[in-house]
Design a protein. Structure first.
Lengths: 135, 525
């Protein structure tokens, strides 16, 4: 039995870095929403959807990273596939925060762009890992 | 051209060049050469945006002649928190309000029709309670000044507007006592058709939930004599009787009874009906409305609690036969509500004849010193005693009160709040009068009212402490027959302020409060 390791090390590193980055992203976005609500006119009708979507995104991110990491380490395609599907949702939410938020500041643009880049790179690595596991 | 280039806040004069306004489109190059500086150097949008257009205006003073430089640049906000985009329309500019059309009118009325509304669009139900109409089944509660509602509009008290002609549009306000007089043009031919002179007009509008009852009817004849009618249930409508038109309304007096929660419980109306003849083209009507709280007697206050300058001094009598026992506090003073029976003095007439001045008297108003008088012609035939009695009646009036209220709102039950009137008699002694006639006639009445300031220094209330009525008498000399004399008779009211002057008050001397701690002499105690 060749102890051929199929788990992708770059993917694992990226998942780990993604986790840390996401914590930073979540705190910064929350702080900026608070800042915007104080400095600009931010009525409740617009503030509530933004906050709710941010928390949904955090929950999705936790699930996504957990299954991605689990799938990669146990070399199973199913969790990895699920993680990929959740990534689609996370990408949509990130695009929301990039384009459709009530107030999009330059800092929002920067951190969301970095997040989207990370998602893209991760998705590519996951597809490669699934291909490696399946075959 | 972007809106930034078209905006110019210093362009105030239309079609003329504003001085030192570099963005003014009405200025020509020659005008620019005369400017010293640009009052508005830059016009930008919201500076929090990451990138925005800006119009720069400056004067190039080096050139000859000086010329204006206009530049349109992109201004960049270097901060990382600059606004890149917004998806909220009202974020950076004021929203122009919606134009009401027939489709959105109801919705706009619901949002903006109440006394307050939120500036944010569609706020989460904060003001929804304020928009709910109050329950229609609630009993009607009035506040001071609110027009009294009837079935078809408001209770109206005709009053003169600008000229003395009656206008029927004056609403009667709750708790606002009014008395108005106005002229109405009526002729005998049309006396049946003019609504405003018929009793029906004033009784058929029922105040919501309360019917207007007729309290009394007084008939006034053409020469002014009034008779009160016994049956006041019959409606008397104006009818033409030969050359006269009778039963036309000359005076209406509403009496509304209310409770202390602001509901109207009863409404009564009193009429003065009169007649007019063919020659008259107009009549004068007088209207009055007064409000009484339920279960209280209507007594007009002259102040609350201190007297108000200009209001009548309240006075009354103790009913005769009432023993003034200490435990008999039910000895209420009988108060005369008709102000002409209160403390009054003689009213001067135009012909200054004492014997003709026996009719109307002036009420004594608090704070107003008054003097009045008349001249009495004495003939030899006049007898002393009846003359003295006549003059006394003239000076004091028919019912001179015995007590005066010390406060403007003294109640009749509180006997201690009333000041008795002290009577003095002074006789004017003539020097060298050897033949002392025993006939003294009163020639002057002076009422002196002493009042003091009572209560707090910030809002002192006037309180009457003493009332003295001094009658000065003089001897009536016998006149040779055929001769007559004229003597002046005067009466006056004087108000004197006897407030105690302020005394200086000093703080107590500071004391040195020294006490040794209880264990000062520790080892020994």
């Amino acid at each position: 039995n060749s102890s051929y390791q199929l788990s992708s090390v770059p993917l694992q590193i990226l998942i780990y870095v993604n986790g840390i980055y996401y914590i930073f992203y979540f705190l910064v976005t929350l702080a900026m929403i608070v800042y915007k609500s104080q400095v600009f006119s931010y009525p409740d009708d617009f503030l509530a959807p933004d906050l709710v979507l941010l928390f949904i995104m955090a929950i999705l991110e936790v699930l996504r990273l957990h299954w991605g990491s689990k799938g990669n380490l146990t070399e199973e395609e199913a969790p990895l596939g699920l993680s990929l599907v959740i990534t689609v949702g996370s990408v949509i939410l990130s695009v929301y925060f990039l384009v459709w938020q009530t107030y999009v500041l330059k800092a929002d643009v920067i951190i969301n762009a970095v997040l989207l880049f990370t998602y893209g790179l991760e998705s590519v690595l996951k597809v490669m890992a699934i291909a490696a596991f399946v075959s | 051209l972007s809106p930034v280039a078209k905006l110019c806040v210093c362009d105030l004069l239309v079609a003329q060049c504003d001085v030192n306004c570099c963005c003014d489109p009405d200025c020509s190059a020659e005008d620019f050469s005369l400017f010293t500086t640009c009052s508005v150097p830059i016009v930008t949008g919201d500076s929090r945006l990451c990138s925005q257009k800006a119009a720069l205006y400056s004067l190039d003073v080096e050139a000859n002649p000086p010329e204006r430089i206009f530049k349109l640049i992109d201004q960049v906000n270097p901060s990382v928190f600059c606004i890149h985009a917004t998806n909220y329309k009202e974020a950076l500019s004021f929203r122009s309000p919606e134009m009401p059309t027939s489709e959105n009118f109801d919705q706009l009325l619901e949002r903006f029709g109440s006394a307050a509304f939120s500036a944010e669009p569609d706020s989460w139900g904060e003001n929804r309670d304020a928009l709910n109409p109050s329950d229609a089944n609630e009993t009607y509660r009035y506040e001071y000044g609110v027009p009294i509602q009837t079935e078809d509009g408001f209770l109206r008290l005709p009053s003169p507007v600008i000229s003395s002609w009656c206008s029927d549009a004056n609403p009667a306000g709750f708790l606002v006592n009014q008395a108005t007089k106005c002229t109405r043009s009526v002729s005998v031919e049309k006396c049946g058709s003019v609504q405003a002179v018929s009793m029906l007009f004033y009784t058929n509008s029922s105040i919501l939930a309360v019917n207007i009852t007729i309290q009394s009817i007084v008939l006034q004849s053409l020469n002014g004599t009034q008779t009160s009618l016994g049956d006041s249930d019959v409606l008397r409508l104006p009818t033409a009787l030969g050359e006269l038109c009778i039963n036309i309304v000359l005076g209406v007096s509403y009496h509304i009874t209310y409770t202390d929660t602001g509901e109207i419980t009863a409404a009564a109306v009193s009429f003065v009906l009169g007649a007019m003849n063919k020659a008259a083209l107009s009549i004068q009507q007088s209207f009055e409305i007064s409000f009484t709280q339920m279960n209280t007697k209507p007594v007009p206050l002259s102040g609350n609690p201190g007297y108000v300058v200009g209001l009548p001094v309240r006075a009354g009598f103790l009913p005769h036969g009432y023993p003034f026992l200490v435990e008999n506090f039910l000895a209420a003073l009988v108060l005369n509500t008709n102000k002409y029976n209160q403390l009054t003095i003689l009213q001067s007439t135009s012909n200054q004849d004492c014997l003709a001045a026996q009719g109307p008297r002036t009420p004594v108003l608090f704070g107003y010193n008054m003097v009045s008088g008349c001249k009495l012609r004495i003939t030899a035939a006049m007898k002393c005693q009846p003359l003295s009695q006549t003059l006394l009646d003239l000076l004091k009036g028919q019912s001179f009160p015995e007590y005066v209220a010390s406060f403007g709102n003294s109640q009749a039950q509180d006997v201690l709040d009333w000041v008795p009137i002290t009577h003095l008699r002074i006789s004017e002694q003539r020097i060298c009068n050897t033949f002392q006639s025993s006939c003294q006639i009163p020639v002057s009445l002076e009422i002196e009212v002493k009042w003091t300031k009572y209560g707090s220094l910030v809002n002192p209330q006037a309180r009457i402490v003493n009332v003295t009525a001094t009658i000065t008498t003089t001897t009536l000399e016998q006149l040779p027959s055929g001769r007559e004399r004229t003597i002046p008779v005067t009466s006056s009211v004087v108000f004197t302020d006897v407030s105690a002057p302020a005394e200086p008050g000093y703080k107590a001397w500071p004391t040195i409060n020294v006490k040794l701690p209880f264990d000062f002499f520790f080892p020994f105690v």
